[in-house]
Design a protein around this ligand. Sequence first.
Ligand code: ATP
Length: 303
Amino acid sequence: MSVEIQQIHFSYGKIKALNGIDIRLPQGAIGLLGPNGAGKSTLLRILLGFLVPDSGEGSVLGYDIRSQQAMIRRYVGYMPEDDCFIPGMDAVSFTSYMGELSGMPRQEAMKRSHEVLYYVGLEESRYRMLETYSAGMRQRLKLAQSIVHDPKLIFLDEPTSGLDPQGRKEILELIMDISSKKDIQVLISSHILPDIEQTCSYVVILNKGEMAAEGQISELKQVQYSLYELKIKGEEQAFLDRLASMDSQVEQTEDKLLKVYLSPGTDPQDIFKIAVEEKVQIRHFVKSQTSLEDLFAKVVGVD
Ligand code: ATP
């Protein structure tokens, strides 16, 4: 197991950020999801050894999160969400400095710095001052510094944040290449669910400091719900109330499409029975392809 934690609790003063988190991550690319304030950044900081949990135990790559932080930083890379650049530096000096901070000798860090900048496509701009970099270049540089010291695992916090579609595509392709060809395990925290769906097979979903779901994305979708889309004609409120009372969740889109998430074991025929009883006419009824967005809405709850 690359990451294994048990009953992690953490509070910022009176604010409880993590409330008894248990995680055992398998190999492969992992997505970390949750609404704002769910506790994702706090969890990453604990796994990196920047914060010490109030209670609970855990290890990253076999190193204890409480006592072996230096080893964790040697073998784990981190791409923070915010920019972390030092003004007046170029990409080569910055990346090799980050390598040195992770414990590499200076010459080796310099050599690796050229290699990783080439890998992320910044070879020609490697001597330019970082202040002149575009948003896309800054994200690629942050990715480069996260792998400069040959880590076994990298944590990427919102790696596509602030990017246009082309920049986003390029970063995602690099992440998939790192994950599949470089023998580096990737854990990505992101608000952009299609990014996670494209790059990861396994997901951890946090909500209000607690685990909302964890597992293979394909399996979680099947276990959690089946999704039907329908359009109705008639008085809808009573119908919606009845659907909500049968352990399902209903979301209405702007174009009046109803998305009904049925819990496992619920018979979709019940929707028709309720429609007859509530005198509404079903005009459109399809079992829908489910996305990670649908799973997220189901386990975190739609407002
Ligand atoms: P986001 O996606 O918005 O970054 P998150 O899932 O990363 O959210 P955290 O940043 O871990 O969530 O925050 C979890 C909770 O802890 C929130 O209620 C947040 O307001 C609180 N919190 C985070 N950092 C601090 C801090 N330095 N001091 C006080 N409270 C904090």
